[in-house]
Design a protein around this ligand. Structure first.
Ligand code: PMT
Length: 416
């Protein structure tokens, strides 16, 4: 049985499963299911003969992605063509790999979609051969295998089996495809375990917009850069990441699930919906503390003779404090954006909001904080503190997460 631990390495990984035409192709439905269960993203590529054994529709339903079958399909090439697929994959797995496929690969053929992907990818390729034992033992197949071993280094081309045993044709011997659970576990072993492997990190980012009327709102200068950088770094460290984002001009970091919100109330609602599956909550969003008490149904018009207009504001919910007080509270990290007395205010927020950690930045300095690519910050938690000198937000995101990890893992082992 595969341990859950090793399978968690497949979280967020991109597996390109190439299916060639052998009877073991029917087992690929289970293989795709196991990859998905482990949190991998899967694209399936099928050769023409593979489609005689199992339908693309089945694999499309299980993988949640269109199945790729043709090299010369203009529609497919306009979407995700062979080069994009080759670049997309973290790992290419060919299961089953028939004798014919091994022959084609050893000759560097580029006459169908799967062959071209194998030629074009820089990622490791794993082969799970499946064929009659006599075909496996044949000098031609063995010669192709030797050629492949000479052509590709062992970190580029890997062998998963074959196993020995009873075959579909009644023969007994080597040539059986490994079971889907074994292939899944071997696939996981290609990846190092990130420090946040198996953890779900939810990050809030960007500004909120609090509507005044259909065309106006109250907001702030947050660009989302800090939160998006944390989201990217968290994925790189192995976490499953959900980014709850206010309106920004940034593209979603790779492999991050993004949920768009506008107001503080929507941010609270979304955070609470996710709370039971959240391990770590990082609140970098710049949330408006107040919102208009009423949103006008129509655009507010100027009134002749009145030089002033008063908008009544009411307090918004405090999202990070609500999360930190929840019975299912995750490890909760807040930010403090201050313009003076940074340390005092940050400590007071840490306590008042019941946080595990707070990242304080001085937003009076226009070279850091809001909208800049750089930041400088102090991190405080009940037992310690750390200074982060001026650096890029990308670098800072990693530093923050490493600090979070050290305290988070201590708190987890204390509660075990
Ligand atoms: O987005 P960038 O342009 O990259 O800029 C980054 C940043 C300056 C916005 C970021 O580094 C930062 O400091 N974010 C926190 C902004 C903020 O709202 O700080 P605050 O001190 O007002 O709030 C303290 C904490 O409470 C924050 O974690 C905030 O998300 C949270 N909060 C605040 C109000 C509220 N109603 N609900 C909250 O959850």
């Amino acid at each position: 049985m595969a341990s859950d631990n090793i399978l968690s390495r497949l979280q967020n990984k991109r597996i390109l499963l190439g299916i060639t035409g052998g009877i073991a192709a029917y087992k690929c439905a289970e293989l795709v299911r196991l990859y998905k269960k482990a949190g991998a993203e899967v694209h399936v590529v099928m050769t023409k003969s593979a489609q005689e054994f199992v339908t693309p529709l089945t694999l499309q339903a299980l993988s949640g992605n269109p199945v790729h079958t043709s090299l010369l399909d203009p529609e497919a090439e306009a979407g995700m063509g062979h080069i994009e697929l080759a670049r997309w994959a973290d790992l290419v797995v060919i299961a089953p790999a028939t004798a014919n496929f091994l022959a084609n690969l050893s000759q560097g053929k580029g006459d169908d979609l799967l062959n071209t992907i194998c030629l074009a990818t820089k990622s490791p390729i794993a082969l799970a051969p499946a064929m009659n034992q006599q075909m496996w033992a044949s000098p031609a197949t063995q010669n192709n295998i030797s050629t492949l071993k000479t052509l590709f280094s062992s970190d580029r081309l890997n062998w998963m089996g074959p196993a020995e045993g009873e075959q579909a044709c009644g023969d007994i011997g080597p040539g059986r495809m490994l079971e889907p659970a074994q292939i899944t576990e071997l696939s996981a072993s290609f990846f190092n375990e990130g420090i946040f492997s198996g953890q779900h990190i939810v990050i809030t980012a960007g500004p909120t917009q609090e509507a005044i009327d259909p065309v106006r709102y109250i907001s702030n200068h947050s660009s989302g850069k800090m939160g998006y950088a944390i989201a990217q770094a968290a994925v790189d460290l192995g976490a499953k990441v959900t980014l709850i984002s206010g309106p920004t001009n940034l593209s979603t970091p790779e492999r991050v699930t993004r949920i768009n919100i506008k107001s503080a109330e929507q941010l609270l609602e979304t955070s609470l919906l996710l709370i039971s599956t959240t391990d770590i909550f990082i609140a970098s969003a710049a949330v408006a503390d107040y919102r208009p008490s009423e949103i006008a149904e129509h655009k507010i018009k100027k009134v002749d003779g009145e030089d002033q207009m008063i908008i009544k504001l009411v307090k918004n919910p405090d999202i990070v404090a609500t999360v930190a007080q929840h019975p299912e509270r995750p490890f909760t990290v807040g930010f403090a954006a201050e313009t003076r007395d940074v340390k005092t205010y940050a400590h007071s927020k840490l306590e008042r909001k019941n946080l595990d950690m707070i990242v304080a930045n001085d937003v009076s300095n226009t070279n850091i904080g809001f909208n800049s690519d750089n930041n400088a910050a102090s991190i405080y938690w009940p037992e310690g503190q750390k200074e982060l000198e001026l650096m890029s937000k990308t670098q800072m995101a990693k530093e923050i997460l490493l600090t979070v990890h050290a305290t988070y893992s201590k708190s987890r082992s204390a509660t075990k």
